[in-house]
Design a protein around this ligand. Structure first.
Ligand code: ADP
Ligand code: ZN
Length: 714
């Protein structure tokens, strides 16, 4: 089998993504290598295909227990023999898997590093015919990465113990120090590195000021019914509050964080994966190892700690390559909290510096007024030649204006209130609101009271946030968030320095969505959410529930979207749909074919509409057109020849191009019709007497055909 054939047969895909093919060749030539691809880039296939093509067993080292289970389930669903060994297995489960491995019945074995390096487990591995080690999430070996795991550092033992077995290290990590460290730590310093583009053009990028977050999120989700999404929050409390707010408006949401008991966490995660739950509101504890390919949006309620984490988290959307949206809420409060977290941490000074620098890079992304994708990709050492057209800045280019007067009004009010007020109160003063808090403190008597009436409250909030982000003034986190003046503030007040701000644009979720769906940019990679898609989605859910597997393991969104578009009505056409592997067809193909056919019939589409009872006829027709005999069709379809004859007769009656006279010889026809005449048979009589009168020499299929032709000829 070639690698292309394996791709089609086991995964149902027609083409390799960039670099997959080269990586596979390198591994097949028994060379070590490193693979850098973004989350969702398609790393797994790079070792799964070699595993299928080589003799022996591929050992995959993965730190994430949930991920192992998902990947193994996915492989098994595609008819590949794979298993995992980790601490969740019972002793007997484990030994049964070990036996399978010993007997050469496994192609892939996933194993956690703790297990692999415990006791003398390596000796057991040595007794197997290992053809490849794949080290997934390999950045965990490096303290420079963002997710260091001490147990990973012992993986050096692999090369030492198995000098001739190739190692492939896989990661989505950005920085060069970490990449180099990975190779050194694994003892393969000179291995070639394959870096694919980190661009995920299907992800839209959006940043909003962090005001009215809950309301914006509610609208955002309501415009995306039935679409799965994750909302990331910094604190556990926030996850609970946001989830509750969403539940109140009827959204199927739940919270998730490390403080929940394991059972609850698992339940929430499962119902999300199974599409029972639409939205998960979570801390970063959620998502590692979630392979769900149909996540359609990621919202960051708070600012993450660095670009890697941010990119990894948004990377969980749109793994199927279809359009997905990301939304980051950005405000000064989060920057302060993040900075404080770093300062207060017990990290050595140099690592604090690294983290602060990493946070600054993310701030630059959030504050960008040029294409956001350019900024992200430049972080990953990549350049794009054009603006992306799929971020909020590209869609809505920023307008800067001279805001010196606005800034002076605000700073003056801060000065006159003796730097004691926070955002809300300051806005009230500027807008001249006569509320109790203002009156009690006599703020209505200061000179700037009402000086900013011309701007709406939300405009002020936006501009004050921008000013904070630019450092035009400070905020005292430990003094009720009150604003404080700094040197920059004073020079603005004195007129020595000007301030430029970006024009406020009210956020309109509906418009944003319409923009995104603007037909002129509508690519064919978008989910086709029509009636048929919905039917197929529900069918997928039913099948998945029955089998207790996640719906995306039945078929991905991309696959059912393509089915809805192409409307396959035969086995052959179904297998052309990307993502329909041989094993998947065997298991689900017919059911989905029937659904498509029902749909076509209900909608009374042309052509196939008149065929009664669905796919079974169409499939027979397909094979007939390929020139197969009744016998061959029957064997292929695992049906009786007489049923196939029936199909063909019916198809011919329905006006399809089926010449039933070709399916029977003149001699057979004569013999059968003569006997029928002799018995004085009429249309609709039982066939058994005729069958017996002919000494059982002619099958029911032939009898049916002969009578049909006889009938047709009058
Ligand atoms: P990663 O491990 O890099 O995060 P995965 O290996 O999980 O990414 O792949 C992401 C998705 O892309 C999966 O649904 C996978 O089946 C799909 N995929 C991978 N390679 C191809 C390909 N050549 N054609 C179509 N889909 C692919
Ligand atoms: Zn852009």
């Amino acid at each position: 089998m070639t690698k292309e054939q394996a791709l089609k047969k086991y995964f149902g895909y027609d083409k390799f993504r960039p670099l997959q093919s080269e990586i596979i060749d390198t591994i097949l030539a028994k060379n070590d290598c490193m693979v850098l691809m973004p989350t969702g880039g398609g790393k797994s296939l790079c070792f799964q295909i070699p595993a299928l093509l080589m003799d022996g067993l591929t050992v995959v080292i993965s730190p994430l227990i949930a991920l192992m289970k998902d990947q193994v389930q996915g492989l098994v669903a595609n008819g590949i023999s794979a298993a995992y060994i980790n601490s969740t297995l019972t002793g007997s489960e484990q030994s049964s898997i070990e036996w399978k491995a010993k007997l050469g019945e496994l192609k892939l074995l996933y194993i956690s590093p703790e297990k692999l390096l415990s006791g003398n487990y390596l000796n057991f591995i040595k007794s197997l015919k290992v053809n490849l080690f794949a080290v997934d999430e390999s950045h965990c070996v490096s303290i420079w990465g963002h997710d260091f795991r001490p147990e990973y550092t012992q993986l050096k033992a692999l090369k030492a113990n198995f000098p001739s077995v190739p190692i492939v290290a896989l990661t989505a990590t950005a920085d060069k120090v970490t990449r180099k460290d990975i190779l050194t730590q694994l003892g393969i310093p000179d291995a070639p590195t394959f870096t694919s583009s980190f661009d995920r053009p299907n992800l839209s990028l959006n940043v909003l000021p962090s005001r009215n977050r809950t309301r914006i999120i509610e609208n955002f989700i309501k415009e995306r019914p039935n679409q799965s999404g994750i909302i990331y929050c910094l604190s556990r409390n926030a996850t609970e509050d946001v989830a509750l707010a969403l539940q109140r408006v009827g959204i199927r949401a739940a919270h998730y964080h490390a403080g929940l008991i394991a059972e609850t966490r698992e339940k929430v995660q499962d119902s999300f994966i199974n599409d029972d739950l639409q939205v998960i509101v979570a801390t970063i504890a959620f998502g590692m190892g979630i392979d769900k390919s149909n996540v359609r949006f990621i919202i960051h309620y708070n600012l993450p700690s660095n670009v890697e984490s941010f990119y990894q988290e948004i990377g969980r959307a749109g793994r199927d390559g279809l359009k997905a949206d990301t939304l980051l809420f950005y405000g000064y409060g989060d920057v302060i909290i993040r900075t404080k977290m770093i300062t207060d941490s017990e990290l050595p000074e140099e690592m604090k510096e690294v983290q602060t620098a990493k946070l600054t890079r993310l701030k630059q992304y959030a504050e960008a007024d040029i294409c956001r994708r350019r900024i992200l990709l430049s972080y990953f050492n990549e350049e794009i030649r054009e603006d992306c057209g799929n971020c909020d800045v590209c869609r809505n280019p920023r307008q800067r204006f001279d805001a010196t007067t606005i800034a002076q009004k605000a700073l003056s009010a801060i000065a006159r209130t003796e730097e004691k007020v926070a955002m809300g109160m300051l806005i009230d003063i500027l807008r001249g609101s006569q509320n109790r808090n203002v009156l009690e403190r006599n703020y209505h008597q200061i000179r700037t009271f009402g000086a900013g009436r011309d701007l709406k409250g939300e405009e002020w909030a936006e501009y004050l946030t921008q000013m904070l982000n630019m450092g035009v003034m400070d905020i005292a986190y430990d003094d009720h968030h009150s604003f404080k003046l700094n040197n920059y503030s004073w020079s603005v007040l004195k007129g020595e320095q000007g301030v430029e701000l970006v024009k406020f644009e009210p956020y309109d979720t509906k418009k944003a969505r319409q923009d995104a769906e603007n037909p002129k940019e509508k690519s064919k990679r978008e989910v086709i959410r029509d009636a048929l898609f919905e039917k197929l989605r529900l069918l997928r859910k039913q099948l998945a529930d029955k089998l207790s597997i996640p719906p995306f393991l039945v078929f991905s969104d991309a696959t059912i979207s393509e089915m809805a578009q192409k409307k396959p009505i035969s086995r052959y056409q179904m297998l052309q749909v990307s993502g329909v592997s041989d094993a998947k067809y065997k298991q689900f193909g017919e059911v989905f074919l029937n659904e498509v056919l029902d749909f076509i019939r209900d909608n009374n589409a042309k052509g196939v509409a008149r065929v009664a009872n669905g796919s079974t006829y169409i499939e027979t027709l397909d094979l007939y057109k390929k020139g197969l005999s009744i016998e061959e069709i029957a064997t292929r379809r695992n049906l009786q020849p007489s049923s196939i004859a029936n199909h063909l007769i019916k198809l011919s009656e329905d006006g399809h191009d089926v010449d039933i006279t070709k399916l029977i010889s003149q001699q057979e026809y004569d013999a059968i019709v003569d006997m029928a005449l002799e018995l004085g048979m009429n249309k609709g009589d039982a066939l058994k007497p005729l069958f017996e009168a002919l000494n059982e020499e002619y099958g029911y299929d032939k009898i049916r055909l002969a009578l049909a032709i006889w009938d047709k000829n009058g």
